[in-house]
Design a protein around this ligand. Structure first.
Ligand SMILES: [Zn+2]
Length: 205
């Protein structure tokens, strides 16, 4: 494999990137000078050094130099509404909801979705961590909002979460809702706009 093909394969692995786009990225980098490439390579090498996965919501966040715990700024925010927790598939979805400024509660990043025929869903997503988190919040949280994409796999994951959480939600009288159908079918949550997200949150059921 030549260097161009080699790099293309890396981009090919990115979410939502096909062969042609991957090749465009690789060709684009060929037009840049050595300093740019060195800085780019460096930013990849050091990417994980300043980033921690939050022990509560599991999002990745840039920690401060003196930080000794693994709790992110959202989970620590005293102004956050801790009666609500929203469950999303991935960090990009969480960012999208934050940017919309229509929600002020807690978050949980599931870390994936559950395909319909998956035999070991608990190994694909953080369902056990979610159950623990909800148990830890029993007495405080009164609503869990499931915010999956309106795709078949998203809907299946929604169902899976509901069933898995049933014992803990019933025991603690916690309501489970899902984003309303303001979202268009087949659209990934990550790509919905603020107005859509606002109405989907307002119309949750
Ligand atoms: Zn957090």
């Amino acid at each position: 494999m030549n260097p161009l093909e080699n790099l293309t394969q890396y981009f090919r692995d990115f979410p939502g990137i096909g062969e042609r786009q991957a090749k465009r990225f690789a060709y684009y980098l060929l037009t840049k000078d050595a300093t740019f490439l060195a800085n780019f390579a460096q930013s990849i090498t050091t990417l994980k050094e300043g980033i921690t996965e939050c022990g509560l919501c599991h999002r990745f966040f840039a920690h401060t130099i003196n930080q000794t715990d693994s709790t992110c700024d959202i989970c620590k925010d005293p102004k956050a509404d801790n009666t609500q927790i929203i469950v999303v598939e991935k960090d990009a979805d969480l960012e999208m909801i934050r940017r919309s400024k229509t929600y002020n509660g807690l978050y949980f990043v599931l870390g994936g979705v559950v395909p319909v025929l998956e035999k070991n869903p608990e190994q694909r997503v953080r369902i056990r961590q979610l159950m623990q988190r909800i148990e830890g919040l029993a007495g405080t949280v009164n609503e869990i909002i499931i915010a999956m994409s309106l795709t078949p796999v998203g809907e299946h994951t929604d169902e899976y979460i509901r069933i898995a959480l049933k014992p803990v939600t019933e025991k603690n009288n916690i309501k489970i809702s899902s984003l309303g159908r303001g979202l268009s079918t087949g659209l990934e949550l990550e790509y919905s706009d603020t107005a859509t997200l606002k109405s989907a949150l307002g119309n949750r059921k």
